[in-house]
Design a protein. Sequence first.
Length: 169
Amino acid sequence: MVSTVHETFWVKRLNSDVHNPCYLVKLNDVNILLDCCINTSILSCFMPDHPLISSGCCDLPTLGRRASNLGLVTIGDQTFLDAKLKFCMMDEKQFDSIIWDTVDLILISNIRSILGLPFICTQTTFRGRVLATEPVVKFGKILLEDLVEALEQVSSAKPDISQITTDTK
């Protein structure tokens, strides 16, 4: 018997972060998103938006933040962004190229890869299934709750998923 079934398989990388990759895989008629990481390392580039409240820090100089040049503040040899917090998920062109209602499944492999899931589920037309192990779900939930709590402590940053942007690299 001769098989006339033609199998298709392709993989498309959706972000530039080598430590937290995100791939779209097509196997025949099934589209699978492998991980949906958010790059949180970018947070170290932003100025803190709340004062340090500690008696051990009272002798530190205050920062003239609003006198910054084009939203940049230099302290020592480090330059920081003086703006609202933003997160990066994937390359904007790649993100826009995905037809989200055709993605059948998101496979979450680790707790860092769950961070983009709230954004995808609420800000796109994705209506597929999400698969993850029980430990990934439990620890991912703790990580998401900690992230939201940290953002709530920052006065101007509201824990709003619309502040998650795509990577413009």
